[in-house]
Design a binder for this molecule. Structure first.
Ligand code: GAR
Length: 203
């Protein structure tokens, strides 16, 4: 089996990135993590990746005069890493349509809500405010719209009486890792493919 080469883009602690790294250690997992790139020099996940022996690259957006120059630097790092697939894992930057187009069908994101509900920030507050009784996470192909794009995998969790946003965030995070691992495997194996703006599943 040829494993797909995956680069993970992060902005913070990188617990989803760590979950993908752990999954990829298994011989039968269809992907390997070849680079971790952060747009913040102090992203905690960089140290984790470095300790795992994975190239951990800081490309701080603040060091660039424009979004396009920053994205060009990120793209260069992706090419250098020979990445086949890009996983956004808590990467808190809006990606330009040009960048998205270059990676169409090959860029995934995890979002802490059951999309299309609760796009953007503060999803757990949004869920509590809306009074939903189930909440969860979504892994989807990245398209030009924010937190948009064909869905690959979702997992629901209950909303419990007395939940605070933090309590809900922890419950959702506890299912994010498995959901992302499963979704990436589907894409790496070609069992989930983006076609005409939808995810087509096989097998
Ligand atoms: C995760 O909850 C992820 O779903 C969310 O950021 C967190 C990153 O945690 N992503 C978004 O909100 C993207 N819109 P992590 O750094 O521990 O993986």
């Amino acid at each position: 089996m040829t494993k797909k080469r995956v680069a993970v883009l992060i902005s913070g602690r990188g617990s989803n990135m760590s979950a993908l790294v752990e999954a990829a250690k298994h011989a039968d997992y269809p992907a390997e993590i070849v680079a971790v790139i952060a747009n913040k020099a102090d992203a905690g996940g960089l140290e984790v990746a470095h300790l795992e022996g994975i190239p951990a690259i800081a490309i701080p957006h603040r060091n660039y005069a424009s979004k396009s120059e920053h994205e060009a630097a990120v793209c260069a790092a992706l090419v250098e890493a020979k990445a086949d697939i890009v996983c956004l894992a808590g990467y808190m930057r809006i990606i330009s349509p040009e960048f998205v187009a270059q990676w169409e069908g090959k860029m995934l994101n995890i979002h802490p809500s059951l999309l299309p509900l609760f796009k953007g920030l503060h999803t757990h507050e949004q869920a509590l405010e809306a009074g939903v009784r189930v909440h969860g996470c979504t892994v989807h192909f990245v398209t030009a719209g924010m937190d948009d794009g064909p869905i690959i995998a979702q997992t629901a969790v209950p909303v419990k009486t007395g939940d605070t946003p933090d309590m809900l965030a922890k419950r959702v995070l506890s299912v994010e890792h498995e959901t992302y691992t499963r979704a990436l495997a589907l894409v790496a194996q070609g069992k989930a493919v983006m076609k005409d703006g939808r995810t087509v599943f096989s097998d």
